[in-house]
Design a binder for this molecule. Structure first.
Ligand SMILES: Cc1cc2nc3c(=O)[nH]c(=O)nc-3n(C[C@H](O)[C@H](O)[C@H](O)COP(=O)(O)OP(=O)(O)OC[C@H]3O[C@@H](n4cnc5c(N)ncnc54)[C@H](O)[C@@H]3O)c2cc1C
Length: 447
């Protein structure tokens, strides 16, 4: 049995693979290139088909991983080099500086309160989400420590009012910052955890197996697609998920980006961009159920909201998914088999008119809504190409990691000892990701 494995990606797949392997007595290095484990699931509101609170399910698992004696979590960490020899792998990891001493930080948040500069949040920026230059990735982050935006150092954010003011000294040359308010606030709490002069740290490990669990990304629509990036009230399904979320930028209020008013007429366009030159050439499997979930939750927030889903080909492939769709219809959601072809905005009301071909009647019709959601699909992680090169494993034509043989050798790659699971294999839901993660962990442990 393997004594140690490396898991690349700390979403729900990586977390489950880590817990399974660690329970078998394996030493696990779980790395993530962001500041916290959790992946996409940590940012969702509820999960289909049960509509349980997403973070309430994932957070106890993240806590278990954090406290498991066989698991070492390394966040802000990337794999730079991997060499295979006699069935084992040596890997060079780079732990990028958070400018925080993770042993000393207790996540008290005093540094965040002291920081004077807010910038748009990576995920929620377009719908008004802001974060400070020093910030917690999200309230349940693991590890529960702050992280500093690298742009804050060397006075780069001086124009935006960063507290380093006129200081021109390179932060990596100073060992004691007398100016930064986060440093002062931390010291006042008696902790001294903010380390602006911290550098990236290389780390070499030897493992018997590797699991790739780098997940998926939400596709960004092309500017102009159904008015996206032109009309303020056209958002993606990921942005809408954050609008519904009590932990999101609007504290769960489903309001319009243009004027902050509660939206009473909302439509979803499924397969947005699919088949277009810059769109996706494949079905992302989960979007129909994501939209169904979002309509049900929207109506739980406010039963008077009119919700319409423009769909082309409804996918309800999993256990309980068809009933879930029926539930949405019973709650008053309208499903229209239609092909939307354009959207225009009323400059006064900022409402949007969707023009579409009704595929049941063949008629050209139109509908006015206050908020429009584009279901744009899931794409491979942008770093897959680089990682595939480092690991010497293959990608499929779409950019996901290729299984050696989906029927006879699923989750295995062309390199013995390297396995894949979850969104790294293609668009997938959470329960399937968890099943694959358990199987990949078993294969890696028994390798
Ligand atoms: C809007 C939306 C709503 C959804 N709602 C639901 C739902 O209700 N129910 C459901 O079942 N599914 C839902 N899904 C799908 C669900 O998000 C995925 O099934 C799930 O996130 C897949 O988990 P994962 O661990 O494979 O990938 P991810 O959650 O993407 O996690 C991958 C992790 O790997 C890290 N990583 C990536 N590359 C590297 C690298 N090179 N080095 C180190 N770390 C790396 C990432 O930072 C990330 O933390 C939804 C998806 C979207 C977009």
């Amino acid at each position: 049995m393997s004594e140690s494995i490396l898991i690349i990606g700390g979403g729900i797949a990586g977390i489950n693979a880590a817990l399974n392997a660690a329970d078998y007595g394996c030493k696990v290095y779980l790395i993530d290139d962001t500041a916290s484990i959790g992946g996409m699931m940590a940012r969702l509101d509820k999960t289909f088909p049960t509509n349980d609170c997403s973070i309430c399910i994932e957070s106890p698992l993240m806590y278990e991983v954090d406290n498991h004696t066989n698991i070492e979590i390394l966040t802000n960490t990337e794999v730079r080099r991997v060499n295979a020899q006699n069935g084992t792998f040596t890997a060079r990891l780079i732990k990028k500086a958070k400018y925080i001493d993770e042993q000393k930080c207790t996540g008290c948040g005093k540094c965040v309160e002291a920081c004077p500069v807010s910038v748009p949040d990576e995920l929620d920026g377009k719908i008004g989400g802001m974060r400070k230059l020093i910030y917690m990735p999200f309230p349940q982050a693991v590890p529960n420590v702050s992280v500093i935006d690298p742009r804050c150092r060397y006075g780069k954010m001086r124009e935006q009012g960063a507290c380093v003011g006129g200081c021109v000294v390179d932060c990596s040359q100073c060992r004691e910052c007398p100016i930064a308010l986060c440093v002062k606030a931390c010291k006042e709490e008696g902790k001294d955890a903010v380390v602006l002069w911290q550098a990236d740290r290389p780390m070499d490990i030897e493992v018997d197996g590797i699991i790739v669990a780098t997940g998926i990304q939400s596709a960004e629509p092309a500017t102009g697609l159904y008015g996206y990036n032109i009309y303020a009230n056209v958002v993606t399904n990921t942005q809408f998920e954050r609008l519904m979320n009590a932990g999101g930028p609007t504290a769960g209020e489903i309001i319009r980006p243009s004027d902050g008013k509660h939206a009473k007429k909302i439509a979803w366009i499924q397969c947005a961009g699919r088949g277009l030159a810059k769109g996706l050439p494949y079905c992302s499997k989960v979007c129909c159920m994501v939209a169904t979930k979002q309509t049900i939750i929207t109506k739980e927030h406010d039963a008077t909201v009119e919700a319409t889903v423009f769909y082309n080909d409804l996918k309800a492939y999993g256990k309980g998914f068809w009933d879930f769709y029926q539930k949405a219809k019973e709650n008053g959601v309208t499903y229209l088999k239609a092909r939307p072809y354009d959207v225009f905005e009323d400059p006064e009301t900022r409402n949007l008119t969707v023009r579409y071909e009704n595929m049941d009647t063949g008629e050209i019709e139109q509908q006015e809504v206050e908020l429009l959601v584009l279901s744009t699909g899931l794409i491979p992680n942008e770093n897959n190409k680089r990682l595939a090169k480092v690991l010497k494993i293959e990608l499929d034509d779409l950019g996901f990691f290729k299984e050696k043989d989906p029927v006879l050798a699923p989750l295995e790659t062309n390199v013995e000892g390297i396995y894949v699971c979850g969104g790294a294999t293609g668009p997938i839901d959470i329960s399937e990701s968890v099943v694959q993660a358990s199987a990949a962990a078993m294969k890696a442990v028994l390798h």
